[in-house]
Design a protein around this ligand. Structure first.
Ligand code: JHZ
Length: 409
């Protein structure tokens, strides 16, 4: 692959029945933060266009960037967002309670990042992290979790079985949206879980883009925006079945999906599929309304920010999440509006955002250089952040929440 390629047919059903639903233009990679000396160089940009498959219902990108370029050096650390880390510690224990019988059972996590989930349960069973980001895999190893720094696929699954045996659980949180070669992942999972194992993954729910979440979750790393309907169509091609599902309040709203072989399908699945049908998530026309919504938010937010700037207000970005870069770049918000951004991730501090080139600092800076407003780019943690910053709020600092509707708190 030469950095990126465009495919004409659906990643899941292979049909040539894709309908363009949102075109965000050419964008830099959302996690490619820049060093100061890189700012004057040419930044690589790639088309960011979402298509809906009229045949199997999968919302997807057709312009696929080489994963080596996106994931080998990665700047996102699960542990940097406390609410997310707490969530994964709880999730890991919950999976172990439900499916682990003995200390010899193996849990493999695909894309386990800095091993927050696996560290929490490594005393309860055998754990293995498959984390292709070499810098992050190192951190995982330092935490005492055995880690392979490769991309997961069928070939790697065969190697794992040879060296460690079958897995009782394969976990893949925020990964099923990210891998273009999703079929090789499912082939690998299918053999790795043997006859009785389970595959559990969390992935943002497509309704999240339209409902309680934001369009900004569209960026090149996220190739797929799954509905349970589309996922069902995908996994059954591999003799796998979805037997349970939960809606969880993570990254707006995510699905936690349980997959196995010939497992009895729970009510949760039928009810979820019915709900999606009512929401029209299997219909292109639902998604065709989407770009109007994005344009409305754009107009509201830009007007608000311009008005505040006219009043000489100081605005600072709160959080430098990947999705924030879709929002900043698509809306054309730069350092003329946002003075700087604060973020808890050490790997992002001292860097500049891709495209908009806004400098990122540690959260301490905002305590010395107090803004009038924070633009909350990490809107998915709104409750935790508003609570955490009560002291700054008591000094009059307000938060602008950009999605799903622009509001000030
Ligand atoms: P956060 C990530 O997206 C990356 P991002 C990835 N592509 C993915 O799939 C999704 O998750 C699901 C900071 N922060 O979790 C830390 C604070 O500064 O919304 C992070 O940089 N202070 C794998 O990047 C960012 O905000 C805080 O108090 O959009 C949050 O990133 C908190 C809570 C976070 O995911």
């Amino acid at each position: 692959m030469q950095n990126f390629f465009h495919r004409e047919n659906c990643h899941s059903c292979n049909q040539f029945d894709l309908i363009k639903v949102l075109d965000l233009g050419e964008m830099p990679l959302a996690n490619s933060f820049l060093k100061k000396e890189e700012l004057s160089g040419q930044e690589q940009k790639f088309p960011l266009v979402a298509y809906f498959c009229n045949n199997c219902g999968l919302l997807q990108l057709s312009d696929i960037v080489d994963p080596e370029l996106i994931f080998r050096q990665y700047s996102y650390l699960t542990s940097a967002s406390k609410p997310l880390a707490d969530h994964f510690v709880k999730a890991g224990n919950n999976f172990a309670d439900r499916f682990v019988d003995s200390k010899d059972d193996l849990i493999v996590e695909i894309g386990g990042n800095d091993a927050v989930l696996l560290s929490a349960i490594k005393d309860r069973c055998k754990v293995l992290n498959i984390e292709p980001a070499r810098n992050i895999a190192k951190i995982s190893i330092e935490k005492g979790v055995e880690t392979i720094d490769e991309f997961f696929n069928k070939k790697l699954a065969e190697k794992i079985i040879e060296n460690y045996g079958h897995a009782k659980i394969v976990v893949a949180n925020n990964v099923m949206a990210h891998i273009a070669d999703i079929k090789s992942v499912l082939e690998g999972v299918k053999i790795l879980i043997g006859d009785d194992g389970v595959f559990i993954f969390e992935v943002h729910w497509v309704d999240n883009l339209l409902g309680e979440g934001g369009f900004d979750q569209i960026y090149h790393e996220h190739i797929f925006y799954h509905s349970l309907f589309a996922l069902n169509n995908l996994v059954k091609q591999f003799g796998l079945n979805i037997f349970d599902v939960e809606l969880i309040p993570i990254h707006g709203q995510s699905m936690r999906v349980y997959v196995g072989k010939n497992k009895p399908v729970g009510n949760s699945v039928t009810q979820f599929l019915e709900k999606e049908k009512k929401l029209g998530l299997d219909k292109a026309k639902t998604f065709l309304k989407f770009s109007n919504k994005v344009e409305n938010i754009k107009e509201q937010l830009i007007n608000l920010l311009k008005e505040l700037k006219k009043q000489n207000k100081k605005i600072v970005g709160y959080g430098a999440p990947a999705k924030g870069n879709t929002l900043l770049n698509y809306f054309g918000i730069g350092s003329d509006i946002i003075d700087y951004i604060i973020d808890t991730t050490p790997l992002k501090q001292g860097m500049y955002t891709p495209g908009a080139h806004i400098p990122i600092y540690s959260p301490e800076k905002a305590k010395e250089d107090i803004p009038d407003y924070f633009l909350l780019l990490s809107w998915n943690y709104v409750d935790a952040i508003v609570e955490k910053e009560k002291e700054l709020r008591s000094q009059g600092v307000k938060f602008i929440i950009p999605v799903p509707e622009v509001k000030i708190i």
